[in-house]
Design a protein around this ligand. Sequence first.
Ligand code: SAM
Length: 221
Amino acid sequence: MFYAQVLTLFPEFFSSPLACSIPDRAIKARLAQVDCINIRDFSVGKHRRVDDSPYGGGPGMVMKPDPVVAAIRHARESRPETRVVLLSPTGVLFDQAKAREYAKSPGITLVCGRYEGIDERVAEYVDEQVSVGPYVLSGGEPAALAIIDAVIRLLPGALGDERSAEQDSFGEDGLLDYPHYTRPEVFEGKHVPEVLLSGDHARIEAWRCEQEEKRSKRQKR
Ligand code: SAM
């Protein structure tokens, strides 16, 4: 069983996407478990504040360190075997190799920021900082969801056919996937490549390898 704990101010963000398709099936089959922990539950005081204005001035609000660190401590106690990952655009880039690394581990605890981000001192309480790409999201939740989805599809038994994950882009061979076609044979005047209709498995295999190479070269340029 792969455990993902998500520390967030918006647990409701995750209900619908995790109740669809592959994540839903994997969770129901007990291959994975995703638990959301509301950071607000760890705030103290009458107003349960989780953010405050930045020292030094400037726009927006910053997430206070105390509720986040209390939530991290709770998460570490609940699942000491999981790696604590802070989601940040300044972290190391999440890629398929990282997804494979997480999928082989007992689990991850993902910390989602909001507003201008989380007080910098929280970085000392996590194991690593990860970014899902060189762009800025409004919160860590879509990043957490992308990571959870990418990891779940790598768990043995999560996909209908194990070969799907092996042939996906960014596999062990580092190549992009070949193009896929289905019926109709002709769509708005565009034909399915003849080789795929030939029934010649060796030719089809060779064509797919060639396409993987071509696409991978094109993307590098
Ligand atoms: N002021 C921050 C900056 O420019 O680096 C951006 C803060 S962003 C609006 C709020 C939160 O969204 C971040 O604390 C982080 O948790 C999450 N986030 C935004 N972009 C992300 C990315 N590319 N990868 C991972 N997390 C991201």
